[in-house]
Ligand binder design. Structure first.
Ligand code: UDP
Ligand code: GLC
Length: 398
């Protein structure tokens, strides 16, 4: 008699997954991919649409990468731009899907880790007859996407065997887009900080070591982008006259004009001397531990926000705008202050509140650290992802 075995019985055998990611920049979704890959072995591969630091990091980890040989034209399409801009590349996109589909035949599952990867992945999975997982790191609302893109996502969503999202906010947006018919699986992002090499140092010693200003220092840690809204913090800074600010991050996805506009805004507001643009840094946790407050001023819904959890793990007082997943991550304000988005005065009040009540700020920060250690670990994330992957692989005969 033939016995059907569950895949979980394949003890110790990691599934063969083809991960697809369009970007090779190091954004939050790519850092999550790097972490997830720890759970997979050399039988899995990563398909990238472009060269970049993600590829370098993958190669350092000895992960097999495949670089697309065709231009997909996706770089021409911004989130809320028209899909028509990709039209001249339609044939190339289809050919790329064909390439991915052919390569996927030596894998059991296709795992799309970005929106653009999902569009190609959907066609590739159909051609290769492989289950498709869509790890949706975004909030699919009109705040982030144009109408045409939302329509395309809704149409293609039915081709995904499973959709993974990092928060309830992202799940709600997806269910709303798909009319509540599709239930995504929430797997919260997991974050671990690099060991603290200056664990015994005071905040002042840390600052000296890092070359940071003295006095009260506020930090913002995100790629420079209009919806991450560093400009709101600069506007607030005008009314917190003795505070310095470090702006950590760079424009990752072509938003260089916004990055430049921040510098001129600081000049126009008369705060340029107190604002320090540090560019992209690989020592975010050290910098977070050295500032008095981390501010996360996003004006559009944040799908998750790794930087929120990083600040919590650093036990640094945190202020975030109450949009997207921030409230669920910050336990409705118990792990950090929540303020209205697009509102510099609300930010000023929150910064003043932290200065006036350092004990309350410190107790929220300790609560935040415990919360992050309990809920947002890499281990729970990797286990959650592995369960979903195993779940879509058909049972085999043994
Ligand atoms: N980050 C970094 N260096 C920088 C700015 C940001 O390493 O200069 C990291 C940050 O610590 C976080 C990630 O980039 O881990 C951003 O992820 P998040 O989910 O906060 O936002 P995303 O940019 O993906 O929307
Ligand atoms: C995206 C989101 C961010 C999330 C990250 C990882 O880049 O903007 O909120 O934390 O993906 O899921």
């Amino acid at each position: 008699m033939e016995v059907r075995c569950a895949v979980d019985d394949k003890a110790g055998i990691a599934p063969r997954v083809l991960f697809v990611n369009h970007s090779s920049k190091l954004g939050g979704a790519e850092l999550i991919l790097l972490s997830i890959l720890e759970e997979f072995d050399e039988a899995s591969s990563v398909w990238l649409f472009e060269e970049g630091p993600l590829r370098t990091r993958l190669e350092q980890k000895a992960v097999r990468t495949v670089l697309a040989t065709r231009r997909s034209g996706f770089s021409e399409v911004t989130r809320n731009g028209s899909l028509l801009r990709a039209l001249p590349f339609a044939v190339d996109i289809l050919k790329m899907a064909g390439d991915i589909g052919a390569y996927a035949r030596s894998h059991e599952v296709i795992y799309a880790n970005s929106q653009k990867a999902f569009v190609c992945g959907a066609a590739a999975a159909t051609l290769a007859r492989r289950p498709l997982i869509w790890h949706l790191h975004d909030i699919v609302t009109p705040a982030h996407y144009g109408k045409g893109q939302l329509r395309l996502q809704r149409a293609l969503a039915r081709l995904a065997s499973r959709v993974i999202v990092p928060s309830k906010a992202a799940a709600d947006a997806f269910s709303q887009l798909c009319g509540g018919k599709r239930k995504p699986i929430i797997v919260s992002n997991g974050v671990t900080l690099a060991p603290d090499e200056m664990a015994k140092a005071s905040r002042d010693e840390r600052r000296r070591h890092l070359g940071l200003p003295t006095g009260f220092v506020v930090g913002v840690f995100s790629r420079l982008s209009p919806w991450k809204a560093q400009h709101i913090l600069l506007q607030a800074l005008k009314d917190v006259s003795d505070a310095n600010c470090i702006v950590v991050g760079e424009a990752l996805f072509g938003e260089t004009r916004y990055a430049e506009s921040l510098r001129s805004l600081a000049q126009d507001l008369g705060v340029a001397e107190r604002v320090h643009f540090l560019g992209f840094r690989s020592d975010v946790a050290s910098l977070m531990r050295a500032v008095d407050v981390v501010v996360h001023p996003s004006v559009d819904p944040e799908p998750f926000g790794r930087t929120l959890v990083e600040a919590m793990l650093c036990r640094t007082p945190l202020i975030a705008t109450d949009t997207g997943a921030a409230a669920e991550i910050l336990a409705d304000g118990r792990a950090g202050l929540l303020v209205a988005p697009r509102n510099p005065s609300a930010l000023v009040s929150a910064i003043n509140e932290i200065r006036a009540n350092p004990a309350a700020a410190s107790s929220r920060a300790s609560f935040g650290e415990q919360r992050a250690l309990a809920l947002f670990t890499e281990e729970q994330m990797r286990n959650g992802i592995l369960r979903v992957v195993r779940d879509v692989i058909p049972p085999y005969s043994c």
